[in-house]
Write a new protein. Structure first.
Length: 436
């Protein structure tokens, strides 16, 4: 085991390197965002435990999070995950086979995407009715007694995610056609998203909805080519997200409240890793040997096809009751639970490798858009950044489920044409020069 000071320094080193790359490289790298996520949900809470120890419940929500030895182990697990992400990226760079499969981008595709936006707005309205308007608009985490609440909740937040991906696709279509992106419909859609964020107080889903456009703007708009511009815009976005949390908690915003709301998500979700380490040590939990990954594949089945899937797919979460107070978890904790160091190495090397392969597709972004072609890697790149990594705080099952659902949706969206079915035959190999 590394000395704790060396481990902490190395964890900060990986994180600062990833932050610098996010600020200076044209396109954001999913693995860099994953590294920031590992740090955010693990290191600050562990450092507080190492420095302060037990503070009688003022900071730590269960005993394991305040334990010095467990906090040191948490730092080591975070460092292993970060190192494996870098190894995976290196492996991805050494893999020289490139796929040049692309979807055609046509001006008519905007009408297709617009129709889907209207459809999803309708699904959100239906979801609110199924959940119960009174409970939904009562504020953050207000439960509903309606029998259809689970289905309604799923419709609302899946539609919000798909709206974000659809808007990202519309941005690509508009850029390829040389037309304006904004329209009255998009103004309405964005207004609805902001209204839902304020009314319900849910931050993650709304951030995910705007993230695809944000990622594409970072890589294409001249203003974001400067690291200072990115730093300022990221800081403003973080403050707005913090203010949203203040609204849902009826707090008067001030500097202390803003800072707490920025860090609280990591503190609360960060409790899951020391909780899992503790339960593995005392024997109240055993390694799941990948079962949770299999359940994530089953979670892909929609509820309207399998209404009782929650009774099977999420039954394993009962074993984690009390590990993650407040319901927020940490994907690193659940990966560790699958098989210890072996599971962490396999999972995070794979994440780094896949992230690198998706990132490589962006090297031909300008040439592809200029030829009105959409590389499949760009679609998967958006899904990793806007859907997969942001759901790390929800655990393995939601992260993998949303990855699969978003992939199916966005790839169908790319191939479907209003004028007649799917155009998979139009998806062909085109050799394009690097030029990103």
């Amino acid at each position: 085991m590394l000395d704790v000071r060396v481990a902490v320094a190395a964890a900060f080193g990986f994180t600062l390197l990833s932050a610098w790359r996010l600020l200076t490289r044209r396109f954001l790298h999913p693995a860099d965002l994953a590294t920031i996520s590992v740090f955010y949900y693990t290191v600050p809470l562990a450092l507080i435990a190492i420095v302060l120890g037990d503070d009688s419940g003022l900071i730590f929500l269960h005993r394991a999070a305040a334990d010095y030895g467990i906090a040191v182990q948490s730092i080591h697990w975070a460092l292993l995950a970060m190192a494996c992400l870098e190894i995976g990226r290196w492996c991805g760079r050494t893999f020289h086979k490139h796929s040049a499969l692309q979807f055609p981008l046509q001006p008519a595709d905007r009408a297709k995407a617009s129709a889907l936006l209207v459809f999803f707005l309708g699904l959100i309205a239906l979801g609110i009715l199924l959940y119960g308007p009174g409970a939904f608009f009562a504020g953050y985490a207000t439960p509903s007694s309606a029998a259809t609440a689970s289905l309604g909740n799923a419709l609302i937040y899946a539609s919000i995610e798909f709206i974000g991906l659809t808007m990202g696709y519309m941005f690509l279509v508009s850029r390829a056609a040389g037309t304006r992106f904004m329209s009255p419909l998009l103004v309405v859609v964005m207004g609805v998203l902001v209204f839902l964020a304020v009314a319900r107080g849910k931050r993650l889903e709304i951030v995910s909805a705007f993230f695809p456009i944000g990622v594409l703007l970072f890589g294409t708009h001249p203003w974001f080519r400067n690291w200072r511009s990115r730093l300022v815009s990221g800081g403003v976005a973080a403050i707005l997200i913090s203010l949203l949390a203040s609204i849902r908690l009826n707090q008067t915003p001030n500097v202390a409240v803003v800072v707490f709301n920025l860090l609280s998500e990591g503190f609360f979700a960060g409790h899951s890793l020391p909780g899992v380490i503790d339960r593995l040590q005392v024997g109240s939990l055993e390694y799941e040997n990948g079962v949770r990954v299999g359940l994530a594949l089953l979670a892909f089945v929609p509820r309207f096809i399998w209404p009782t899937k929650d009774d099977i797919v999420y039954v394993g979460n009962e074993a984690l009751s009390g590990v993650a107070p407040g319901g927020a978890t940490n994907i690193l904790a659940e990966v560790l639970l699958q098989g210890g160091a072996v599971a962490v190495v396999i999972a995070y090397v794979a994440m780094g490798f896949v992230s690198q392969r998706a990132y490589v597709s962006q090297q031909r972004f300008d040439a592809a858009i200029g030829a009105r072609r959409l590389p499949w890697g760009t679609l998967f790149y958006l899904i990793l950044l806007a859907t997969f990594v942001p759901h790390f705080r929800d655990g393995l099952i939601p992260s993998i489920k949303m990855l699969m659902q978003a992939s199916l949706f966005l790839f169908v969206l790319g191939g479907w044409k209003l004028t007649g079915g799917m155009t998979w035959r139009a998806m062909r190999t085109v050799r394009l020069p690097a030029g990103a």
